[in-house]
Design a binder for this molecule. Structure first.
Ligand SMILES: *[C@@H]1O[C@H](CO)[C@@H](O)[C@H](O)[C@H]1NC(C)=O
Ligand SMILES: *[C@@H]1O[C@H](CO)[C@@H](O)[C@H](O)[C@H]1NC(C)=O
Ligand SMILES: CC(=O)N[C@H]1CO[C@H](CO)[C@@H](O)[C@@H]1O
Length: 362
């Protein structure tokens, strides 16, 4: 059912809220693809309250009017089906996607988790697709138990994502895998801030894009804050990424950059600054140019050079079975490391390709 309410213009002398004569609001309280579509045609304010989306269907918010506002209320769930998803898709210009206090987007990932993530077993739906969002905001979203990858950000320009509370921690003991928090590709001017992530894969993974900022975030349980893997896609350029004021805890890696073996592209103007690590299981800082089909080959190639890399004030601890720093690259230049104190790891590692005077050793 869709309730349409056309707001009338009223002059309220004692209020700062003056409803727009053209503003119309729609509230969806029961899932219907047709109602969702009509609401986007009719309304600039859409509230989605407590619905269960039909199995195998996307909650499709890709026809939003310019300037539309979407608010999630209550608990939103999706009926079970093995399929690729996404469960939710948003697109638009100058739109705002947010959640009301107490809302939850519950992916019920445990229904799909089998330890195989996107590598096999059950086909799992990707959760939240943000594709072609222009000068828009996603904020105050509570999201839980992603079946597999959570936010897929592609072809976006000028997107600010903040105050995301992502809790897929149940997947730690229940077979969650490849539950990346934020995957960014082919997007420019993207900011991700003030967010908390509990998952089992990358907290951030940038595989292409420019002008990306990621700060004041807390990442737990996953694979660290990553650039890459870069190479082998349509767009293989990552430029101007600033990652700062963030914590990475109880994760396989801390700071990570990976590029693809034998591929071409570039990773340039990258800063990691003021990053705190704790309970890192494998590598505190890992930069490697030898990825192939998602695994390291042990031999780096230089077709995706990593240049103008600043890593400053990264400190914290690695498990004794891990390594503090692991670098295996070719064709790198312009590296500046300072105030690095990553300790605790004792695993011996290969360490090649560090440019002269970079200020770092393994
Ligand atoms: C992206 O940022 C650049 C540099 O700050 C600016 O010139 C450009 O207009 C921005 N583009 C969008 C779509 O916000
Ligand atoms: C190193 O990178 C440059 C681009 O900056 C590229 O032209 C060159 O082929 C690369 N060298 C190797 C050995 O891959
Ligand atoms: C299809 C597939 O890859 N299944 C695998 C899922 O993971 C378990 C172990 O967690 C394997 O035993 C299966 O072969």
């Amino acid at each position: 059912m869709v309730l349409r309410l056309i707001l009338l213009t009223v002059i309220l002398t004692s209020s700062t809220i003056i409803p727009d004569v053209n503003a119309a609001s729609c509230t969806i309280t029961k899932y219907s693809a047709a109602d969702i579509k009509n609401a986007q045609n009719d309304c600039t304010e859409i509230t989605i309250n407590g619905i269960e989306v039909a199995a195998g269907e996307t909650l499709d918010l890709t026809n939003l009017k310019q300037g539309a506002k979407v608010v999630f209320q209550g608990t939103i769930t999706w009926a079970y089906k093995e399929w690729e998803g996404p469960l939710l898709s948003v697109a638009g210009t100058n739109v705002q996607i947010s959640g009301a206090s107490g809302h939850l987007l519950d992916g019920k990932g445990n229904l799909w988790w089998d330890g195989n993530g996107s590598n096999g077993g059950k086909k799992k739906p990707q959760f939240f697709r943000a594709a072609k969002l222009i000068n828009s905001d996603i904020y105050n979203i509570n999201i839980k138990n992603s079946p597999v990858h959570t936010f897929s950000i592609s072809n976006c320009e000028g997107l600010v994502i903040q105050n995301i509370n992502l809790d897929t921690s149940a997947g730690d003991s229940d077979g969650g895998h490849n539950t990346d928090a934020f995957d960014v590709g082919n997007s420019n001017n993207i900011t991700i801030k003030h967010s908390t992530v509990y998952n089992q894969d990358d907290c951030l993974a940038v595989n292409s894009g420019t002008n990306i900022e990621f700060y004041d975030n807390y990442c737990s349980g996953g694979h660290g804050i990553s650039i890459g893997s870069v190479g082998g896609r349509d767009n293989n350029v990552v430029k101007s990424v600033k990652i700062y004021d963030s914590q990475i805890v109880n994760s396989d890696n801390g700071v990570r950059i990976k590029t693809v073996y034998g591929a071409t592209g570039s990773v340039s103007d990258i800063t990691y600054q003021d990053i705190t690590l704790s309970g890192i299981h494998k590598y505190g800082i890992v930069i490697e140019g030898d990825y192939e089909n998602g695994s390291p080959t042990g031999t780096p190639t230089g077709g995706v050079p990593i240049t103008d890399l600043t890593v400053k004030n990264v400190h914290g601890s690695v498990d004794s079975s891990g390594a503090n720093v692991y670098i295996l690259v070719e064709n790198a230049s312009g590296w500046h490391f300072s105030d690095i104190s990553v300790t605790g790891g004792s695993k011996s590692v290969k360490c090649t390709g560090i440019p002269a005077n970079a200020g770092i050793s393994c």
